[in-house]
Design a protein around this ligand. Structure first.
Ligand code: PHE
Length: 340
């Protein structure tokens, strides 16, 4: 039996030294020390030994087991380290490898303009508000002093969903919504998409974008409107650009004005862009009609306000010298890439 133990030990140690990975080592452990292993077999056979030999034999078996276990653990540590190194080598990332080129998108100039406008007015303390594009006739027209059958309705070729619902023809219904739900002071801008049954051409599209502005408080004057729009013009197109007001008509403002900006191409000298006038029409504006204030539940004896609206496409065309509106809707990458 002693001889047997010696053989098991030598064989195990020899195999162990040869094991090339932790899996082989584990197999070896099971075959020697496992439940059905060789060493365990010897322990089972001890029952047949004379009683006085058992303690000595037991001790020898234990020593053998301890020696093999120790050698196994030592070898396992070496193999684990080796396997770890191999894995690290396999998983190494070559940080010097060239990257695959990824084409980044470019913002549509229309939205760049919208962001810029919003930023200018937020800088002046305005809040950004949005409203639905599918709108009640009530907000799009009625509350803005455009009752049914009012001739000025014809100026906005409206897409009707039914008798009471339209695709909003301007962003002004958002100011009606705000006036009916809030108390002054009110200072908001409302950018968004609007719809008119226009024939599409270089400067028209049935879907386009506007931004509305509305200020209501005690003592707001037309001078405030002029000052605000002058500051806006200079921020958008640069120092020296100012506004010119021409009398006009909107049912929801009184008085009303068409607002021109100094032509940024020729600085007012007159060029092809401004058709020689030195001015470019950009906004509609005016003092909120007291009738509109009253209809919306704001006391027109106490409060006054101004409102303005502008087309974003028009501003983008001017600002980026874009010859055709359609370019901004087609998302042709050759066009957009110029705005990266
Ligand atoms: N809503 C007008 C339009 O679409 C523009 C406007 C807004 C005019 C606010 C005056 C005041 O033409």
């Amino acid at each position: 039996m002693e001889q047997q133990l010696q053989t098991i030990r030598e064989k195990a140690l020899a195999q162990l030294a040869e094991a090339q990975d932790t899996a082989a080592l584990e197999q070896l452990r099971v075959s020697v020390l496992g439940k059905k292993g060789e060493l365990t077999g010897i322990l089972r056979g001890m029952g047949k030994l004379p009683a006085e030999e058992r303690p000595k034999m037991g001790q020898m078996v234990n020593e053998t087991r301890a020696a093999i276990e120790e050698a196994l653990e030592a070898r396992a540590a070496v193999l684990r380290e080796k396997e770890k190194e191999e894995r690290l080598k396999r998983e190494a990332i070559d940080v010097t490898m060239p990257v695959r080129p990824r084409s980044a998108g470019a913002p549509n100039p229309l939205y760049t303009v919208q962001e810029e406008l919003v930023e200018i007015f937020v800088g002046m303390g305005y809040e950004v508000v949005e409203g639905p594009e599918v709108e009640y006739d009530h907000y799009n027209f009625e509350l803005l002093n455009l009752p049914k059958n009012h001739p000025a309705r014809d100026a906005q070729d409206t897409f009707y969903i039914d008798d009471n619902i339209v695709l909003r023809t301007h962003t002004s219904p958002v100011q009606a919504r705000i006036m009916t739900t809030r108390k002054p002071p009110i200072r908001i801008v409302c950018p968004g998409r609007v719809y008119r049954a226009d024939e599409a051409d270089a400067t028209h599209s049935p879907v386009f974008h506007q931004m509305e502005g509305l200020v209501i408080d005690e003592g707001v004057t037309m001078g405030d409107l002029k000052g605000t729009l002058d500051a806006f013009a200079a921020r958008l197109f640069g120092e020296g650009v100012t506004t010119r007001f021409r009398p006009s008509f909107f049912p929801f403002t009184e008085p009303s004005a068409e607002v021109d900006l100094t032509c940024a191409s020729c600085h007012g000298k007159g060029c092809r862009m401004c058709k020689g006038t030195g001015w470019i029409e950009v906004l509609g504006a005016g003092m909120v009609n007291p009738k509109v204030l009253d209809m919306c539940g704001i006391d027109s004896k106490r409060y006054t306000g101004f409102a303005f609206g502008m087309g974003l496409e028009r501003i983008a065309l001017l600002k980026y010298n874009i010859p055709n509106l359609r370019l901004m809707y087609e998302n042709d990458l050759r066009f957009l890439a110029q705005f990266r």
